[in-house]
Design a protein around this ligand. Structure first.
Ligand SMILES: NC(=O)c1ccc[n+]([C@@H]2O[C@H](COP(=O)([O-])OP(=O)(O)OC[C@H]3O[C@@H](n4cnc5c(N)ncnc54)[C@H](OP(=O)(O)O)[C@@H]3O)[C@@H](O)[C@H]2O)c1
Length: 254
């Protein structure tokens, strides 16, 4: 049986943990990252029971040098098959529309964008050299149209979407696959803390199954659930003043 090596950043969160459990099986080695040691260690136990080999690493992903050296070190030892750049945070303008602080904005971009770029930079040389490997970038349906309550988050996820689309077409002829995942609402700490209604809320296990299926088919854009995906996409193509009106009516206004 072919050995499979999978990296997941942000594996201690709702979607990341569900992905780890979804892929955990004999013949699979998981490299799981997060900040919380105890959560990582419990997750590793669950994945080992399912037959996977597991290595964990706990550090703040804003330390891009540490991120780079961790991924360099794994890439030297193993041929990575799938790398999920999944760790992420959300910030919002607050209940009284006070606004996001500069510290929050910098922290968000260090995690949601710069750490993703650093992840790709670290794993890409080995993947390109052997003409094989798959990079899965976690964007969001919020990437389609900026949301008034989460402008920086929307911007960070729009950047990931554009980056992933570009990477995919650049690297496809070399045999390296890239997929952009755009979830709607998936039950997690981040999702609970997000302001606004949460239609078509999914469980992380459902989301992980769907992501795994579509990653296996190498779909360019893995956006779900269907009704919310369609709605968010439409918001991005209609006139901005009409999408502002709709967002306000649907209680996503500031
Ligand atoms: N849930 C949704 O509705 C939804 C929708 C669209 C997109 N997404 C995207 O899906 C991804 C996973 O989100 P989630 O819902 O699973 O959120 P979550 O449960 O809050 O998990 C976030 C993960 O990111 C890690 N993380 C955050 N800041 C970090 C830092 N400074 N250093 C290291 N790790 C850090 C967390 O680690 P620790 O907890 O150990 O600190 C955790 O593992 C994110 O990129 C998010 O933007 C989620």
């Amino acid at each position: 049986m072919k050995e499979t090596h999978i990296v997941i950043t942000g594996a201690t969160g709702g979607i990341g943990a569900a992905l780890a459990i979804e892929y955990a099986a004999p013949g699979v080695t998981l490299f799981l990252h997060g900040r919380r040691h105890n959560v990582l260690s419990n997750l590793a136990d669950v994945c080992r029971i399912a037959g996977a080999a597991v290595e964990t690493k706990a550090f703040d992903i804003r330390d891009h040098e540490q991120l780079h050296s961790w991924l360099d070190e794994i890439s030297l030892r193993f041929e990575l098959d799938i790398v999920f750049a999944n760790a992420g945070v959300n910030i919002n303008i607050g209940p009284q529309s006070k606004g996001e602080t500069w510290n929050e904005i910098q922290g968000l971009f260090d995690i949601n964008l710069r750490a993703v770029l650093a992840t790709v930079q670290a794993v890409l040389p080995a993947m390109r050299a052997r003409g094989k490997g798959q990079i899965v970038l976690m964007s969001s349906l919020a990437a389609y149209r900026g949301l008034p309550m989460t402008p920086s988050y929307s911007a960070s996820k729009a950047a990931i979407k554009a980056y992933g689309e570009g990477l995919r077409d650049w690297l496809a002829p070399e045999g390296v696959k890239v997929n952009v995942v755009m979830p709607g609402y998936v039950e997690s700490k981040m999702c609970r803390e997000m302001p606004g209604p949460k239609p078509f809320l999914m469980q992380p296990e459902q989301a992980a199954k769907l992501i795994r299926r579509k990653v296996a088919k190498n779909r360019p854009r893995i956006s779900f659930p269907f009704p919310l995906n369609l709605g968010c996409w439409l918001l991005s193509v209609i006139h901005p003043s009409l999408s502002s009106f709709i967002l306000r009516r649907m209680k996503y206004g500031a």
